[in-house]
Ligand binder design. Structure first.
Ligand SMILES: Nc1ncnc2c1ncn2[C@@H]1O[C@H](COP(=O)(O)OP(=O)(O)O)[C@@H](O)[C@H]1O
Ligand SMILES: N[C@@H](CC(=O)OP(=O)(O)O)C(=O)O
Length: 420
């Protein structure tokens, strides 16, 4: 059994869905669990629906939602003939659920509504792909992953209940493979014990695939992407990015931690725990070998460059000139934990500290306010965090030329610089 994951870029239009079908045809006798993300930029579009709804702009929310519906209906029309009508029944149930919600007034937190609306992207894309595969003779079963993945109610960043989910995988998913070689389901979404939809954090479908692989003891996971494999930098930012054929789990977990967008940071742990290899494969050309990620050491890696935009620097100075000891640090970490803020870089000095985080306006303001009880706080926005693993002087000089460095942290393996 293998797990395949197709991201939004790999199902963004009908031609891509047809290509997905061609890839699956190349594995005729394999048992495959296929995890799929929302089509193209659907998640962003649904975020806009959630924002408009929560801002009380009902008509705007409904209109934005209509655009999402139409786009999916268009895709379905291109791809389906005999399976079109059954799909429409399924679609209508999904649409009605969200439209009912959009006609209500928001009375709960934004994050709750976000998840109830945004989860639709994956439900729609998987329904289309499943119907299309059946249409072209690749028999498969569609599963609503919300019946399987149980999470807590930390909406937008829900944590999986591993014990319950494993039981559901054993009870629901494993028996499916006695009748069918292929199961199609959603990445990124789950469900609470109160039957509320949840999401696992943006780009979380890679993580879903890894958790399924862990729970099914899969022989491997393949993540199909719009790149040849993992490169030493984002090829959209660096035209000369080099392809890397082999990496180990530690390296990839570090890359993801520093913000490389190629693989979701939580993906590696479940795979490492059962030594399941991860392939990053080229969606446009399945014959290319892709990158394999495993447990063995890999030597002679080139400098690996990760760039994170939209960073905020908080400069905190103790109000009474007391040292930055364990108490102020523990207070600060408690504030960040409450707000679910992950520090990207922290540097402490005698009476001040510098903290770099992602620019999530709601969270930055709340943190600055909470910290202002104990510290004088200055906030600087619009920064870029550059991380280079296996760095050399030439690479550092090339990437920092003409930039002002606000913060620098260096270990023998990694250098990080926060720059304007
Ligand atoms: N080191 C890297 N190697 C390869 N691709 C990278 C790297 N860093 C960032 N990327 C970006 O990751 C994108 C693929 O990931 P993603 O957008 O998540 O795809 P999908 O949504 O289809 O899963 C590529 O288009 C590329 O721009
Ligand atoms: N659709 C979700 C989940 C996801 O993982 O997407 P992708 O595989 O396209 O990065 C998102 O955009 O965040």
């Amino acid at each position: 059994m293998r797990v395949f994951k197709f991201g939004g870029a790999s199902v963004s239009n009908y031609e891509k869905v047809q290509n997905l079908g061609n890839i699956i045809k190349q594995f005729p006798d394999e048992q495959l669990l296929i995890v799929i993300s929302a089509m193209g930029k659907t998640t962003n579009a649904l975020e806009k629906v959630a924002e408009a709804f929560f801002a009380g702009k009902k008509e705007e929310a409904l209109q934005l939602f209509r655009a999402v519906k139409l786009q999916h209906l268009d895709e379905a029309k291109y791809l389906l003939v005999t399976h079109f009508n059954p799909l429409m029944e399924q679609f209508n149930n999904f649409f009605t659920e969200v439209e009912w919600l959009l006609h209500d007034q928001p009375v709960r937190d934004y994050d709750y509504y976000y998840d109830q609306i945004v989860c639709l992207g994956e439900l729609l894309s998987t329904s289309i792909v499943s119907a299309y595969l059946n249409e072209i003779g690749i028999s498969n079963q569609w599963i609503d992953v919300r019946d399987v993945f149980r999470t807590d109610d930390n909406f937008r960043d829900a944590a999986i209940d591993f014990n319950f989910t494993q039981q559901q995988v054993n009870a629901i998913i494993k028996p499916l493979f006695t009748n069918s070689n292929i199961v199609v389901t959603q990445g990124f979404i789950g469900c609470t014990d109160e039957n509320e939809s949840t999401t696992l954090g943006r780009e979380g479908s890679d993580y879903t695939a890894a958790v399924f692989a862990y729970m099914l003891d899969a022989e491997s996971v393949a993540i199909w992407k719009d790149v040849k494999g993992v490169m030493n930098a984002d090829p959209k930012l660096f035209a000369d990015a080099q392809f890397i054929s082999e990496l180990n789990y530690d390296e990839v977990i570090e890359m993801a931690y520093y913000g490389a967008q190629v693989i979701h940071p939580k993906t590696i742990k479940p795979l490492q725990n059962k030594n399941i290899p991860l392939y990053v494969k080229c969606f446009a050309d399945a014959s290319l070998p892709g990158t394999v990620i495993h447990n063995n050491p890999v030597k002679n890696l080139p400098p690996i460059i990760v760039i994170k935009q939209n960073q905020v620097l908080l400069q905190l100075h103790t109000k009474d000139f007391s040292f930055i000891g364990e108490q102020p640090m523990s207070d600060l970490y408690e504030m960040m934990a409450k707000l679910h803020i992950k520090p990207n870089l922290i540097q402490t000095h005698a009476v001040n500290l510098q903290l770099c985080i992602d620019d999530r306006p709601d969270k930055v303001e709340k943190l600055a306010l909470a910290a202002s009880n104990e510290f004088d706080v200055q906030v600087e926005k619009g920064l870029t965090l550059l991380s280079i693993r296996h760095y050399n002087n030439e690479t550092i000089e090339r990437l920092t030329a003409g930039k002002k460095i606000e913060l620098k942290q260096q270990s023998p393996e990694t250098v990080q610089m926060l720059m304007i």
